[in-house]
Write a protein that binds this ligand. Structure first.
Ligand code: SF4
Length: 721
């Protein structure tokens, strides 16, 4: 490999979960440097998302776009990342200014990269600038060398990929060998051509004897990576992982991890059974409660849904090799994969591949297109990962275009082919075109927010309907907020999840508030007040997981048996106590749960300030499409007319009667739902210390030591004196 720049270094030791070092690379100048952090940096910003937020807030500006030289791509684990004795410690985050939303996005991702980056001596990697040619950054702790090399070429087919490229690269830099000492992040050609490019995280799995992958899916982090000319990052260290975090209290870490592992192994088989089934189990749950996205979220249930239930994948694809963890020591091990699948779609039809997935989100993206075909789902999963496309944004944007086709906003002449629900050939063609930036794929790759204008213009030109009128209609079912596509939960019947999506700082991703299960399956948020409180509490604790380098599933998806005896069973505090113990034992701090929530609140406020700076922070930016609140069109209402009538009766006062016509009842449902959402905005903003326009009050910022001159000036722009 042609080396462009190289420096020798000595990996800083990890102490109490931190190295207090950031590796900084400027791809324009080729400069590589190591930044030493002041001791209070970690106390204020924790790690992971917190570090990315602080760097982006300090070092980018209002004018920074995703493709600006000054945009920064940050990859960071956290103090609790890398501890095989504690479940779910392989997560790291990728944060940057998003090509979709124009504001801060981060996506969390599993695999061995985050832990190895830390063992190589860095709490975070921050990449600035743009390289003229594609480069690979290599951090080799064994040889004490950091280098930038020209990205090697492995042949046209592999060079277009993410999975295949990463696999070839590992072999190239490791003398043809695969082993656990090396991990790679990379992405494929789709990330260059679409705004929703992902990052693949590749690592070697001894049991499967191949590389496996996890993805940072949301918001276009892979697109930023490719625009920077960063083809891949390789991290390498042969240092053993156990105790590499050098915790202050080794026995405390062991004890907390052992307790949580015990809960997982005893309780998961009685609850969701994620270890056996993986997240595809959620398809059945969501279908049962009418929350599975079908045909662009028009419906929440479908008679063909059982063809993509978890047992189908388990019996047909996953057999013999489960369970899989995405990092060492995770005994929940919900990740799933399949070997020797022969592709039947796309340009690589006939090729045999291994496929990691599908996760529930990918399944939901496929049912959203009206497709209930397990083989197509597997291949859609593989192609999106290989090309570097977010399965969620790809599927939801395709679904939006399909609904435009259904309702006559688009014709086959305009799209180039029929875009009918359930048509796997059309869905595959659109995926392939999106990856290559060809045909309708050029529009699809821009995401729904931008596709809406294109559709409105076409329709208005064809029919003479005013552009604004058409846009108003498309806004009702274009499933995006802050220009990010919804993830895969139908929210019509869950006010809590509507808020979970609408108030989410990065856009409608359940990462910040996954309340659908608690609200609709467990029915643990029956009152308005409980929903509003949950919308303050859950995003705080979930932010903490993204700051410390941990997976949330072992906490939120497996209920501790003693949780039922607590005031808030849905918070699962008995398990959370193990996390607090683990944090204190690792870092030597003496925190309680409330301290951790306060640390998270500071990070959320910082993110809120970035959103305000980038024009995505006010109440207007939290508004959700009508489709997220209720049935937009009569066909949706009529599909559950009896249910909606009963629901309306519950809302009406004694003596109030229901109107006669279905149309009037339909409009009444929508009116009630819109009013409830606005009331929720008021209530949650107040609880968070915001104004009615969702702007943090000065005293709120002051409480978290964030009210400096920069913040004051920003508040002034929004009329705060
Ligand atoms: S619970 Fe699943 S996603 Fe989380 S770390 Fe374990 S295997 Fe990975």
């Amino acid at each position: 490999m042609n080396q462009l720049k190289s420096m020798q270094y000595t990996a800083a030791p990890v102490q109490g979960g931190y190295t207090d070092r950031i590796l900084e690379v400027d791809l324009t100048s080729g400069e590589i440097s190591i930044r030493k952090l002041a001791p209070d940096f970690k106390n204020k910003f924790t790690g992971g998302r917190g570090y990315a937020l602080k760097i982006i807030w300090d070092e980018t500006s209002k004018g920074t776009r995703y493709d600006s030289e000054e945009n920064i791509l940050v990859m960071a684990s956290g103090p609790l990342g890398n501890e095989p004795r504690f479940p779910g410690s392989g997560k790291f985050i990728v944060g940057t200014i998003s090509p979709l939303t124009g504001t801060f996005i981060d996506s969390n991702i599993g695999g061995h990269f985050g832990p190895l980056l830390k063992i190589c001596g860095f709490d975070a990697l921050a990449v600035r600038g743009i390289s003229k040619k594609d480069v690979v950054l290599m951090v080799d702790a064994d040889e004490g060398r950091i280098s930038l090399t020209e990205a090697p070429a492995f042949g046209e087919e592999i060079d277009q990929g993410g999975l295949t490229y990463g696999d070839a690269l590992i072999k190239e830099v490791n003398g043809g060998e695969l082993n656990e000492d090396i991990a790679v992040v990379t992405t494929g050609i789709g990330a260059l051509n679409a705004r929703f490019g992902i990052i693949d995280s590749l690592f070697y799995d001894k049991r499967r004897e191949r590389t496996r992958s996890k993805q940072a899916g949301r918001g276009g982090t892979g697109t930023v990576m490719r625009f920077k000319g960063l083809r891949a990052v390789v991290v390498k260290s042969s240092q053993p992982r156990v105790q590499a975090n050098n915790p202050v209290d080794k026995e405390g870490v062991r004890r907390a991890g052992a307790e949580l592992k015990k809960v997982l192994s005893k309780e998961d088989p009685k609850q969701l059974r994620l270890g056996d089934w993986g997240t595809p189990i959620l398809v059945e749950y969501m279908n049962n409660i009418h929350c599975l996205p079908v045909k662009n979220y028009q419906y929440g249930q479908h008679s063909e849904a059982p063809t993509v239930f978890a047992d189908v994948f388990l019996n047909r694809y996953f057999k013999g090799k489960t369970p899989d963890g995405c990092y060492l020591g995770c005994n929940l091990a919900c990740a799933k994969g399949a070997e020797d699948i022969t592709l039947t779609y796309g340009p690589l039809a006939g090729k045999t591949v291994a496929i990691d997935g599908p996760e529930y989100e990918t399944l939901g993206a496929v049912t959203c297109m009206g497709i209930f075909d397990p083989q197509f789902t597997m291949e859609y999963n593989w192609y999106c990962d290989e090309y570097g496309l977010d399965t969620i944004s790809m599927g939801v944007t395709a679904s939006f275009l399909m609904e435009c086709f259904q309702r006559g906003y688009l014709t086959a002449e305009e799209t180039g082919y029929d875009l009918s629900w359930g048509d796997t050939q059309a869905a595959d063609r659109l995926l392939q075109e999106t990856a290559r930036g060809e045909g309708l794929g050029q529009i699809c790759g821009q995401g729904i927010h931008r596709a809406k204008s294109w559709v409105a213009e076409k329709y208005s030109n064809r029919t003479g309907t005013p552009f604004d009128e058409t846009m108003a209609e498309l806004n009702k079912f274009g499933m995006e907020v802050k220009s990010l596509e919804f993830s895969m939960y139908g929210t019509k019947e869950s006010l809590a999840q509507q808020g979970g999506y609408g108030f989410s700082l990065k856009g409608p991703q359940h990462d910040e508030a996954w309340l659908i299960f608690i609200d609709q399956v467990n029915m643990e948020l029956p009152s308005f007040e409980m929903k509003a409180k949950a919308l303050k509490w859950f995003p705080l604790i979930r932010t903490w997981f993204n700051a410390v380098g941990l997976c949330k599933l072992p906490w939120i998806d497996v209920r501790h048996p003693e949780a039922a005896d607590t005031d808030n069973p849905s918070q699962n505090q008995p398990s959370l106590n193990y996390y607090v113990q683990y944090f204190n034992a690792t870092t030597g701090s003496d925190k309680e749960l409330q301290d951790i929530l306060d640390d998270s609140e500071r990070l959320q406020l910082l993110q809120k300030m970035i959103n305000l700076r980038q024009g995505k922070g006010t109440r207007a930016s939290d508004q959700i499409p009508l489709r997220a609140m209720g049935p937009v069109y009569l066909n949706e209402y009529e599909s559950r007319a009896e249910y909606y009538e009963d629901w309306l009766k519950e809302q009406l006062g004694p003596g109030d009667g229901l109107p006669d016509s279905a149309e009037e009842k339909h409009q009444m449902v929508l009116r009630y739902r819109q009013e409830a959402y606005q009331k929720l905005c008021d209530s949650v903003y107040q609880a968070k210390g915001y104004s009615r326009d969702a702007i943090p009050l000065k005293e709120t910022l002051q409480k978290f030591d964030l009210l400096d001159e920069k913040a004051e000036n920003l508040l002034k722009e929004y009329g705060t004196p």
